[in-house]
Write a protein that binds this ligand. Structure first.
Ligand code: MSP
Length: 647
């Protein structure tokens, strides 16, 4: 049953998954993290020669979504459609190259889940009974029995802290208790089934503590896959969702593909490790599938020391960073900053420091300097190559050694360590240039061969670095590749046959372009604090008229305007909106002086949730066009009273 190393070696395929994300809210940096890890590993594996399948998607059923839709005054399906558009738009902006995006509302998935349910029912792994217990609506999970009650006899969810409710219902159970020994055997046979190792211990001791049968249907939830033959019950969202990993790759519609790629490597946050490392392999064994290749539990991104989550209100919108610096710096930072498995605290200062020092200074400068010199001394094409010195040789052998270490780290999912190795090498190449002083060699025509050799060696090193960072920074790596005169896609390069010396012979290197522009920390932070327009490009995120009509747009008279201290772009406005006078903060200080706005009539969304921006309260938002980062306000001319509705 467990996959042997020999079987693994004989199967040069790699199947990687992310959790499927709930559609009760749009994805944030925490979700982007898992997806970027999966994308990096998928790209790495392709370049390592494997055939890869990368699955991601959305988890669209269950009480959580039913509730969120009701609160938003829409249907679960409409909510899911809108969020799917946003998620796919974000993955595109982050250059995520998945093979398939599964939605659990897809017909073939629902049918596949029903078929598997029926199979287990027939086998006796699922049976009907009665369940009474404490249930957390927010996490869609029954509480473990050892969770103690508070002074009033209430139990709170140990994961989210919210009050749970007592639920009693007829339900179908999955015979999890029958899988306790089989799971323990699996863990014993495959100590790396759960990674990192510390999490394996956690999972194993939970299973040793005893497994009870699991309630896997609900009569209280309408928005779910109906139990085949008993439609008063819907299938519990986790039973439904976990099976995406087999339906998404072919169960019941492309069995050849499923067989070719299964078992999968599952990347999951530590909060959902038990579902994946205990329930899921048990479901799989019951269904006659092999268990996953491995379940990797990663840590959380924290903001202000708390897990970034919608319910805590501390999520970061990835578009703020994407709009400012593009995808690669964010991908690099998330992959470099922490080992997969540990938590990391996200600070914008930390982010910008890394972008400026590792990307702009170290790699960006190396590429820039080298290309500038190749351009100005050789017109882009090195036409004379002197003898190879010991230092030149060292740059090549150091690359080969570093490459072996970096690839070994990638193979172990230690992406941060692979990047550390690559950056140590970038420093070495920078030092090589400093030591060999090509700018001095250029002054002596007799040393032209030596000059050519030094620059070529630096360019070859850069080319090697680009190949090794390609899984993490796909766009920048491609750009460097092309600047060096290479053609085609860098992603088609295979690490195994990669030749340091094979730098496009005779190709013309291009003039340098800024790869990673330095970011002004202060300016960026002020920008980040200003209300951000959300990019919806690439999505199908239509608003219904009802949704539009919820926006209360009014003509407001500007009574007073002043600058917000320490924020170059912000103004604080006192406005009259007809029903009341209030304060808003607007990112318009680069185009308007405070005085020029006083007495003007503007359009304001008055029912926007109040926010505190740079410590200043804002009760609404003015409308403006943003042209090359500068706001242009549409003023209302003529005698229009404050509070007039804009439709
Ligand atoms: N729908 C379930 C997963 C079902 S998989 C069969 C779910 N969805 S989720 O949207 O709530 O979370 C998806 C993933 O995002 C989880 O792995 C979770 O750990 C991860 N993250 C959510 N917030 C996070 C951070 N702040 N940091 C890192 N990862 C985080 O759970």
């Amino acid at each position: 049953m467990p996959e042997t190393p020999a079987a693994r070696a004989a199967k040069p395929t790699f199947y990687v998954t992310t959790p499927i994300y709930y559609v009760n809210d749009v994805p944030h940096i925490g979700h982007a993290y898992t997806t970027i890890i999966a994308d990096t590993l998928a790209r790495y594996k392709k370049m390592a020669g494997a055939e890869v399948f990368f699955l991601t998607g959305t988890d669209e059923h269950g009480q959580k979504i039913e509730k969120a839709a009701a609160e938003k005054g829409t249907t679960p399906k409409a909510l899911a459609d809108a969020v799917v558009g946003r998620a796919q738009g974000l993955w595109k902006a982050l250059e995520i190259d998945y093979n398939f995006f599964i939605r659990t509302t897809m017909d073939f998935h629902e049918k596949g889940v029903q078929k598997l349910f029926a199979r287990l029912l027939e086998k006796g792994d699922i049976y009907k009974g009665e369940y009474k217990g404490w249930y957390c609506v927010s996490d869609e999970n029954f509480l473990a029995e050892d969770v103690s009650a508070d002074a009033h006899g209430h139990k709170c969810c140990p994961d989210c802290g919210k009050k749970s409710v007592v639920v009693s219902e007829e339900t179908y159970f999955f015979r999890l208790s029958a899988y306790q020994e089989k799971l323990l055997d699996l863990y014993a046979a495959r100590p790396d089934f759960v990674r990192p190792a510390s999490r394996m211990n956690e999972v194993e001791s939970f299973v040793r503590g005893g497994l009870k049968d699991l309630s896997i249907t609900r009569t209280t939830v309408k928005w779910g896959v109906p139990v085949p033959g008993d439609p008063a019950h819907t299938i519990y969202v986790w039973f439904d969702a976990l099976h995406n990993y087999v339906t998404g790759i072919g169960y019941d519609w492309n069995m050849g593909q499923l067989e070719k790629f299964w078992p999968a490597v599952h990347l999951v946050g530590k909060d959902i490790l038990r579902f994946h490392a205990i329930f899921w392999p048990a479901f799989l064994m019951a269904g006659g599938f092999e268990p996953p290749r491995c379940v990797f539990g990663h840590g959380w991104w924290l903001k202000d020391e708390a897990k970034m989550s919608k319910s805590k209100g501390n999520v970061l919108d990835p578009y703020v960073i994407l709009d400012a610096v593009g995808p690669d710096p964010l991908r690099y930072f998330l992959m470099r900053e922490i080992p997969i498995g540990l938590d990391g605290n996200f600070s914008h200062e930390g982010f910008l420091h890394r972008v400026n020092s590792d990307l702009a200074n170290d790699l960006g400068n190396l590429v820039h300097r080298t290309l500038t010199m190749v351009r100005s001394y050789f017109g882009g094409k090195i036409d004379e190559l002197g003898e190879v010195s010991e230092a030149d040789d060292r740059i090549r052998t150091a690359f080969e050694e570093m490459k072996e270490r970096a690839l070994a780290h990638y193979e172990e999912f230690a992406i941060n360590r692979a990047l550390e190795e690559i950056w140590a090498y970038v420093s070495l190449v920078n030092k090589y240039l400093a030591d060999n002083e090509p700018w001095k060699l250029a002054k002596d025509p007799a040393r032209r061969g030596r000059l050519g050799r030094v620059l070529r060696q630096a360019a070859a090193a850069i080319r090697g670095v680009a190949v090794l960072v390609a899984p993490v920074m796909p766009g920048s790596a491609q750009k460097i590749w092309e600047l060096l005169g290479e053609e085609g896609s860098i992603h088609k390069t295979r690490f195994a046959g990669f030749d340091f010396e094979a730098l496009a012979p005779g190709a013309t290197m291009k003039a340098p372009q800024p790869l990673f522009p330095r970011v002004d920390v202060k300016e960026f932070l002020a920008e980040e604090a200003a209300p951000q327009p959300k990019t919806t490009e690439g999505t199908m995120d239509y608003l219904s008229y009802e949704e539009f009509a919820k926006m209360d747009l009014r003509v407001a008279h500007v009574l007073k305007a002043e600058r917000v201290e320490g924020a170059k772009k912000l103004l604080k406005l006192q406005i009259d909106v007809g029903t009341d006078k209030r304060q808003i903060v607007a990112g318009v200080a680069e185009t308007y002086t405070p005085e020029s706005l006083e007495g003007k009539k503007i359009i304001v969304i008055v029912n926007l949730k109040p926010a505190v921006i740079r410590g200043v309260e804002s009760n609404g938002m003015l409308l403006a066009a943003v042209v090359a980062d500068k706001a242009v306000i549409p003023f209302i001319e003529g005698d229009v009273p404050a509070g007039t509705k804009v439709k």
